[in-house]
Design a protein around this ligand. Structure first.
Ligand SMILES: C[S@@+](CC[C@H](N)C(=O)[O-])C[C@H]1O[C@@H](n2cnc3c(N)ncnc32)[C@H](O)[C@@H]1O
Length: 366
């Protein structure tokens, strides 16, 4: 990012006026934010961009400064600010011809993102506006490397809507970096997966944490839709489950779960059952203290088999479902009646769509 030479001049102002003048220099695009201001007695010298103009009447004076006198500025703490500043510099460097459009382009930067280890995934709509597409069409330069630095990431990708196929494929694409493999720590649990192939919902963080906070010592658990181990791993690593039987139809996700289990040193307490759980759950009848049913929008096809997995004296079901906000309580009671259980708790995990929530119903069956 510091490819441009350091400034040869600065704007020198009395200390008590320094902040006001800084704001003005910033507003007219003359301040070189990559460098710290220097201090001379009770005067502050703001670094000026090469060729920058300062409006007539601005308090202070331009002075010549040795280029090696500047110290680099620390990166701003707020990542939104860092992204904004990095993109301001990038636009100046690569699209100076379109300076009048910079404001609009800078107002159209991603405002949220998902961090998965050293990989940052931007929302699928990022840089999709006609203004950004025009800029990209006019030059081959892309801001991905500069953005990655601003995010303090190594790789950058673009989210895609999680497919509504059986295996809930991710479909994320890489912008920077040649692979989507992720090795990340989440509340003391290591997860491994390929972000271009498997989804990892950061929005489910509260549920992963909740499952990890349970005391499962001595318990046998069946995870009917284990994926890469979103709930299986926290239950093994943090909650101390005695054994988890993890079922998944996707061999690729199952292979990542095994790798994650090995990284966490819990593979000996894990058994995997790869295949459609309509076929695998019937082989796990009467063995479990609890069954996790973590499939959206609904796991209903597996409910009956899941009840059958519980030990004869009963146990808990954790039923995930997308439910309309106003129907949550009714849905919970109806489900309890249908499965012959008692509602223990309803966890509202995240908004899935406007007015539709991902909820988890803890149901006790005796
Ligand atoms: C990705 S996780 C879901 C995580 C989270 N609860 C969500 O849906 O947002 C769902 C997993 O269920 C698996 N799956 C879907 N249908 C299945 C079935 N009939 N039998 C076994 N696994 C299945 C998928 O392969 C996938 O790994």
């Amino acid at each position: 990012m510091n490819a441009r030479p350091s400034p040869t001049s600065g704007w020198c102002v009395p200390r008590h006026e320094a902040e006001k003048v800084r704001d003005l220099l910033e507003a007219v695009g003359s301040l070189d934010r990559r460098w710290r201001p220097s201090v001379e007695g009770d005067r502050i010298i703001w670094p000026l961009l090469e060729g920058a103009t300062v409006p007539q009447g601005t308090l202070g004076e331009r002075i010549t400064v040795a280029q090696d006198a500047w110290a680099p500025a620390p990166p701003p703490m707020d990542p939104h600010r860092r992204v904004h500043d990095a993109m301001t510099d990038w636009l100046r460097e690569h699209h100076d011809d379109a300076a009048s459009h910079h404001g609009a382009l800078l107002n159209d930067l991603p405002q949220r993102w998902e961090r998965l280890g050293d990989l940052v995934l931007l929302p699928s709509s990022s840089f999709g506006s006609s203004a950004w597409q025009e800029r990209f069409a006019s030059s081959e330069a892309r801001p991905w490397a500069c953005l990655a630095i601003a995010f303090k990431a190594v790789r950058l990708g673009l989210q895609n809507v999680v497919a509504s196929d059986t295996v809930r494929s991710s479909g994320a694409t890489m912008l920077l970096g040649d692979h989507g493999k992720v090795d990340m720590l989440d509340h003391g649990v290591r997860f491994r997966f390929d972000a271009t192939r498997q989804m990892f919902s950061s929005g489910n963080v509260t549920e992963r944490r909740r499952m990890g906070n349970l005391d499962l010592r001595g318990e046998t658990v069946v995870d009917a839709f284990s994926g890469i181990g979103y709930y299986t791993l926290p239950m093994l690593v943090r909650a101390g489950a005695e054994h988890v039987h993890a079922c998944d139809i996707n061999p690729e996700a199952a292979a990542w779960l095994l790798e994650g289990a090995r990284c966490n040193g819990v593979e000996e307490r894990l058994s995997q059952h790869v295949g459609d759980n309509r076929n695998t759950l019937p082989a796990l009848q009467g063995i479990a203290d609890r069954v996790v049913l973590g499939l959206l929008p609904s796991s209903e096809h597996a409910w009956e088999d899941a009840v059958g997995c519980l030990k004869p004296n009963g146990g808990w079901l954790h039923v995930h479902m997308n439910v309309k906000e106003e129907r949550i309580e009714t849905w919970a009671e109806e489900t309890a009646t249908k499965l012959g259980g008692v509602v223990g708790h309803i966890e509202r995990v995240k908004w899935y769509a406007p007015r539709i929530r991902h909820v988890v119903l803890d149901l006790h069956i005796s």
